[in-house]
Design a protein around this ligand. Structure first.
Ligand SMILES: [Fe+2]
Length: 401
């Protein structure tokens, strides 16, 4: 890797880094899960995503080994993205169960549900009291031990301190239950578990992870260390995105994507995100389009507007050098100047956009006034430059009109 491509203007400024205290990554590493569970509890709750994992050879081997360690487990399945009502119901059902450890194995929804359950089994509900921007108090941070085992390469929830809960509908929302203590005690990432992830879900999850890495890299809260981690993740995606879409059985490519997703979680937990995720959290409460697809569809138009705004307002802004670096990474074919590489990155995002299906029936069908009202609640998060209300409205209309 050419260091000049990576970070032409970087300076090491003060930073702090929150990461899970233990990360195990590698093919076959799920075999280490029973021992890791045994160290942390005796009566684990398994929080599973799709039923396919529960009927897989992986699960059969896992439960056999859990039995050898004397673990007495219970299991639940999470259908769809977790809502506050779902979490409260599960926690009520588990009252008096003696569960002393929560292990989530699945996609982002299962991991977020497990994270929230591990907290609320100790804190007590209702969970909506503790949601950012919705509740009236903050969580204490007390929780049961929690292990996160992703089976998709997307949200990076295995490395974040928040659980996203959502309600879809007229007053829908996506809000976080967040506390630094909610970082999993162990993030166990076995890329083999992602091999059975179907193509459409693989693509949507990859778009989530890609957008998180790009937004964290460009974020106003980025540091030298989050830049390094984001760059590492982006390189892994650049190497393997095409390969994993072409052949979901390509284990080396699956490893790259699982690695990128883990890194995207660390990056977003420490550097924050940008306008795309600010809008995605609002759209996700309104229409049932997969989060990764929403992010993927917004990346090109949102970054085109951000780049234009940066050029208009501050032609020495560090994010401009980063846009050029992204162009060199993803479109290295032609020799260009910085402005040319910035454009090349936007063209790359346009091409990704064209690969993403978006069924028209899944759109919101809202009128311009409704969209403007929703846009007024949107958040630019840590975008390198905030977009205006009119620009946010235009972006929202792409998916809600
Ligand atoms: Fe995301």
């Amino acid at each position: 890797m050419d260091p000049m491509i990576f970070s032409p203007t970087a300076r090491v400024t003060p930073f702090s880094l929150k990461i899970p205290p233990r990360i195990i990554f590698g093919t076959g590493s799920v075999s280490r899960l029973p021992e890791a569970m045994h160290r942390r509890g005796r009566h684990p709750l398994l929080v599973l995503g799709g039923r396919s994992f529960g009927s897989s050879d992986h699960f059969a081997a896992l439960t056999t080994n859990m039995g050898r360690f004397g673990l007495c487990w219970e299991k639940i399945y999470i259908a769809g993205e977790p809502s506050p009502t779902m979490i409260d119901g599960i926690v009520a059902d588990l009252a008096g169960s003696g569960i002393d450890l929560v292990v989530a194995i699945g996609g982002g929804a299962a991991l977020d549900a497990g994270k929230a359950i591990s907290a609320m089994l100790v804190e007590g509900g209702p969970v909506s009291r503790f949601l950012e921007g919705l509740g009236d108090t903050s969580p204490s941070g007390r929780r049961l031990p929690f292990i996160a085992v992703p089976t998709t390469a997307g949200t990076g929830s295995e490395a974040t301190a928040n659980a996203v809960l959502s309600e879809v509908g007229e007053t829908g929302f996506k809000k976080s239950l967040r506390h630094d203590n909610f970082l999993p005690d162990l993030a166990l990432v076995d890329p083999c578990l992602t091999l059975s992830c179907p193509p459409a879900l693989t693509l949507s999850c990859a778009m989530d992870c890609f957008s998180q890495l790009v937004e964290g890299y460009l974020s106003t809260r980025a540091s030298a260390i989050t830049d390094a981690l984001a760059w590492e993740g982006l390189g892994a995606i650049g190497r393997s995105l095409t390969a994993v879409i072409r052949d979901g059985g390509d284990l080396a490519a699956r490893c790259d994507l699982a690695y990128a997703a883990l890194l995207s979680g660390i990056v977003l937990a420490n550097a924050g995100l940008g306008t795309v995720h600010g809008l995605a959290s609002i759209i996700g409460g309104r229409v049932a389009i997969p989060h990764g697809l929403v992010c993927g569809k917004l990346m090109a138009p949102a970054n085109r507007l951000t780049l234009a705004r940066l050029r208009d307002t501050d032609d020495s802004h560090p994010a401009l050098s980063k846009y050029a670096a992204l162009g060199r990474l993803f479109r290295p074919e032609e020799e260009r100047n910085d402005a040319g590489y910035q454009e090349a990155f936007i063209a790359f995002l346009d091409r990704l956009n064209s690969l993403l299906p978006l069924p028209s029936h899944s759109r919101g069908g809202l009128d311009p006034q409704q969209i403007a009202r929703i846009a007024s609640k949107a958040d630019n998060k840590n975008n390198p430059v905030p977009l205006s209300l009119a620009e946010l409205t235009t972006l929202l209309a792409l998916l809600l009109a």
